[in-house]
Design a protein around this ligand. Structure first.
Ligand code: F6P
Length: 356
C-alpha cells in the first residue's frame, strides 16, 4: 500500500511522534510506502510531497512542531493559497495521480470536518486527534494537551513566587479556544486561586471577593488563570484579530489584559499584571505522556488501514485505544468542560473560585 500522511491546523507537541509511529509501523513492520504531504491540505492541492523513509524518522519522538509543516487550509472553504478552482475536485484528482491508497489526517476539529467530507467522497481516510485544546469529541484525550498543561503549570509555579514577593494579582492567559480544559487542569495543578473558563461566564465582583477573602487571611497575592475564550456574564469573548482571507479567520486573545484593567479599576491600591503564554504552550519538547499517546495513536492508525477501517478517527477511551466514525466525531458538539462535573466541583471544594 502507498499511504499519504498530513498534519493540518495549529501544530502541537506530539505530531512528529505520531508521524514516527505511523511511519515506523507502516514502512518497517508492514512494508508500505509512505508519502509525507507538506502543509496540510494545501500540499494535496499543490502536490507538495516527500517520500518518507526510515532514515527520516530519527530524532522525532521528542521534537515539537511538525516535520511536514501545517496550514489552516480548508479546501471546502474559499480562501487560502489556491483559489478560483474547485479545490475538493483538484484534491481528488491529485490523490488519484499520486496513487495514494489512503490518507492519514492528523488534526483537530477543523481537520476532522474536512477529513469526513473527503471520506464521504470516497477517499480512504484514517485520522488522528491532535490539539492542545483537548476539545475533540469521541476521545478522552487529544495529544498535545498534556504537554501544554505541563508548560502552563510550570509558568504558574514561576508566577507564584514573584506574585507573593510583590503582593500582586497575577493573571495568566492561556489558549484553548472555546474550551476551558487548559485553564482548568493547569489551574488545578498550578494552584491557581481563580480559574476563568468559557463554560462558566464570570462575575468581576466575585473575582474581587476572592482577592479580598485571601487578603483577609494574610495572603496578599492572587493567581488567576484565564482561558482566552472566557467571557463575563454580561459580555463577549475578546478577539485579538481577524485574519482576512484565512479559511479560519478568528483569533481569540486579549481577555487577560482587559481583565487586569477591569480589576485595577475596582482595586486602585493593587497592582495587577498579566502574562500571555501564547504559542509557548504549543512549542518545544513533547512530554512523556504525549510521546506515548502519540505513538499509540500512530500505530493504531496503521492497524486501521491494514484492517480496512476507513472513515474513522483513532480515539482513547479510558485506557483503551479504539476508534469512532468521522461522521460521529463531527456530528457531536466540541468536547467542553462540564460546569457541574467532578473536576470543577473538586476545585471548588479546595477553595478555587470560578467567579460564578
Ligand atoms: O487550536 C489550537 C490553538 O492553539 C488555540 O488554542 C488557539 O486559539 C489557536 O490555535 C491559535 O491559532 P494560531 O496559531 O493560528 O494563532
Amino acid at each position: 500500500m502507498r499511504i499519504g500522511i498530513l498534519t493540518s491546523g495549529g501544530d502541537c507537541p506530539g505530531i512528529n511522534a505520531t508521524i514516527r509511529g505511523v511511519c515506523k509501523t507502516a514502512i518497517n513492520y508492514y512494508g508500505m510506502e509512505v508519502v509525507g504531504i507538506h502543509s496540510g491540505f494545501q500540499g494535496l492541492l499543490t502536490k507538495d510531497v516527500e517520500s518518507i523513509t526510515d532514515k527520516s524518522l530519527s530524532g522525532l519522538l521528542n521534537l515539537g512542531g511538525t516535520m511536514l509543516g501545517t496550514s489552516r487550509e480548508k479546501p471546502f472553504k474559499k480562501g487560502g493559497v489556491v483559489s478560483d478552482v474547485d479545490k475538493p475536485s483538484l484534491i481528488l484528482q491529485n490523490i488519484r495521480e499520486m496513487e495514494l491508497d489512503c490518507v492519514v489526517c492528523i488534526g483537530g476539529n477543523g481537520t476532522q470536518k474536512t477529513a469526513a467530507k473527503f471520506a464521504a467522497m470516497g477517499v480512504n481516510i484514517v485520522s488522528v486527534p491532535k490539539t492542545i485544546d483537548n476539545d475533540l469529541a469521541s476521545t478522552d484525550v487529544t495529544f498535545g494537551f498534556n504537554t501544554a498543561i505541563d508548560v502552563v503549570t510550570e509558568a504558574l509555579d514561576r508566577l507564584h513566587t514573584t506574585a507573593e514577593s510583590h503582593h500582586r494579582i497575577m493573571l495568566c492567559e492561556v489558549m484553548g479556544r472555546n474550551a476551558g480544559w487548559i485553564a482548568l487542569e493547569s489551574g488545578i495543578a498550578g494552584s491557581a486561586d481563580v480559574i476563568l473558563i468559557p463554560e462558566i461566564p464570570y462575575d468581576l465582583n466575585k473575582i474581587i471577593d476572592k482577592v479580598k477573602e485571601r487578603e483577609s487571611c494574610g495572603k496578599n497575592f492572587t493567581i488567576i488563570v484565564v482561558a482566552e475564550g472566557a467571557k463575563p456574564k454580561d459580555g463577549n469573548v475578546v478577539i485579538s484579530k481577524i485574519v482576512k482571507d484565512s479559511p479560519d479567520p478568528i483569533r481569540l486573545g486579549g481577555i487577560g489584559n482587559k481583565l487586569a484593567g477591569d480589576i485595577e479599576c475596582l482595586m486602585k491600591d493593587k497592582e495587577v499584571r498579566c502574562t500571555v503564554l501564547g504559542h509557548i504552550q504549543r512549542g518545544g519538547n513533547t512530554c512523556t505522556y504525549d510521546r506515548i499517546l502519540s505513538t499509540r495513536y500512530g500505530v493504531a492508525a496503521v492497524e486501521m488501514i491494514v484492517n480496512g477501517e476507513f472513515g474513522k478517527m483513532v480515539c482513547l477511551k479510558g485506557d483503551t485505544i479504539t476508534s469512532d466514525t468521522l461522521e460521529n466525531v463531527i456530528g457531536q458538539k466540541t468536547k467542553n468542560v462540564n460546569p457541574d462535573g467532578e473536576l470543577v466541583n473538586m476545585a471548588k471544594k479546595i477553595g478555587i473560585s470560578f467567579a460564578d
